[in-house]
Ligand binder design. Structure first.
Ligand code: ADE
Ligand code: ZN
Length: 339
């Protein structure tokens, strides 16, 4: 949690995030605990002695992410790290989180997908009861593992459906293959009733977003999408189509998608009328948190506290959840606003 949580006007706003990579939420002490109990020595170059994740650029970040993930060995590990993250996000006012998990990672670990999902489902139930936070799962294919793997991952995902597993998407290296190469995987997911989003416009520019929306018409939201800002006509179109953006400023700034915080696209997209949501992506890797993203929107992008309420409602409207859950969460937001 933010050290001085409660000191900033953004802190009292209830929050919702549609984009948190589960394996990217693992706090260093938790990673060390998992590694120790699994008898694993973390490879050099994952954490420094101050417990910072070590990476140099986007591709190196993806590599370190995979190295760190190898410390997870059991469904109990998944339970513990999920509950730990959900507690931390709830402490900062998080009401709703979509966690991104990759069947590829689980299968690489030699774990049965069902065992992993059972652990996540238990953690989601326990987090609701203990911390009041609601959570849904987005099954995530990894672009740089290739289209063939993505079909295998999508098939594995749809063999294990559950009411908490509501989303499907692709992450990983945006320049690996083309969006159309992943259409077969998306078709499998969409036919099984999963709702879709995609990392796009994070590392590549406006063309990548156009290509993604054209090749994958089931995609309803943009994971990042922030590089749309380079093309005013595209921004106008996305605003008019009310396509929600999953904006992760801390990640974008750490990865140098924008050279300085002041140059981040959040303000420009907001002013253009885009449907904005905020999320933390891989918080400890980027020294951020959902609370810090909400503060950024005020301190750097100049949004107001009422704007932050709109952002939370945008996320709940765009969240892949059932209508009863949505209505209950919306009531909590309204109660907070009225207080
Ligand atoms: N996997 C984990 N974090 C990611 C990001 N920000 N972009 C693409 N793939 C990711
Ligand atoms: Zn991401």
């Amino acid at each position: 949690m933010l050290k001085d949580f409660g000191a900033h006007p953004a802190d009292r706003v209830p929050k919702a995030e549609l984009h948190a990579h589960l394996e990217g939420t693992i706090h260093a002490p938790v990673l060390r605990k998992l590694a120790a109990r699994n008898g694993i020595t973390l490879p050099d170059g994952v954490l420094d002695d101050q417990d910072n994740y070590l990476w140099t650029d986007f591709n190196d970040f993806l590599k370190v992410y995979d190295l760190a993930t190898a410390a997870i060995k059991t469904p109990e590990d998944y339970y513990d790290l999920t509950l730990d993250y959900l507690e931390r996000v709830a402490m900062e006012g998080g009401l709703y989180v979509e966690i991104l998990v990759s069947p590829d990672h689980v299968l690489n670990l030699g774990m049965a997908l069902k065992d992993q999902l059972d652990a996540l489902i238990q953690a989601i139930d326990d987090a609701r009861e203990r911390f009041g936070v609601e959570t849904r799962i987005s099954q995530t294919i990894v672009r740089h593992y290739g289209p063939e793997n993505s079909v295998a991952a999508a098939k594995a995902a749809v063999e294990h459906l559950h009411p908490y597993i509501t989303g499907f998407q692709m992450a990983g290296a945006e320049d690996a293959y083309t969006p159309a190469d992943f259409r077969p995987a998306y078709d499998i997911a969409a036919e099984a009733g999963l709702r879709c989003t995609a990392h796009t416009g994070e590392w590549l520019g406006p063309d990548s977003i156009r290509e993604t929306l054209a090749a994958l018409p089931m995609v309803e939201r943009l994971g990042h999408g922030v590089r749309a800002i380079q093309d005013p006509a595209l921004v106008k179109e996305l605003a008019e189509r009310k396509i929600p953006f999953e904006v992760c400023p801390g990640s974008n700034i750490a990865l140098k998608v924008f050279p300085t915080p002041e140059e981040h696209a959040l303000k420009g997209l907001w002013d253009a009328g885009c449907t904005i949501t905020l999320a933390s992506d891989d918080p400890p890797y980027f020294h951020t948190s959902l609370g810090a993203e909400y503060r950024f929107a005020v301190d750097v992008a100049g949004l107001s506290v009422p704007d932050l309420y709109t952002i939370t409602r945008n996320a709940l409207n765009a969240g892949f959840m059932d209508e009863t859950t949505r209505a209950a969460l919306m009531m909590r937001v309204s109660a907070s606003e009225a207080a």
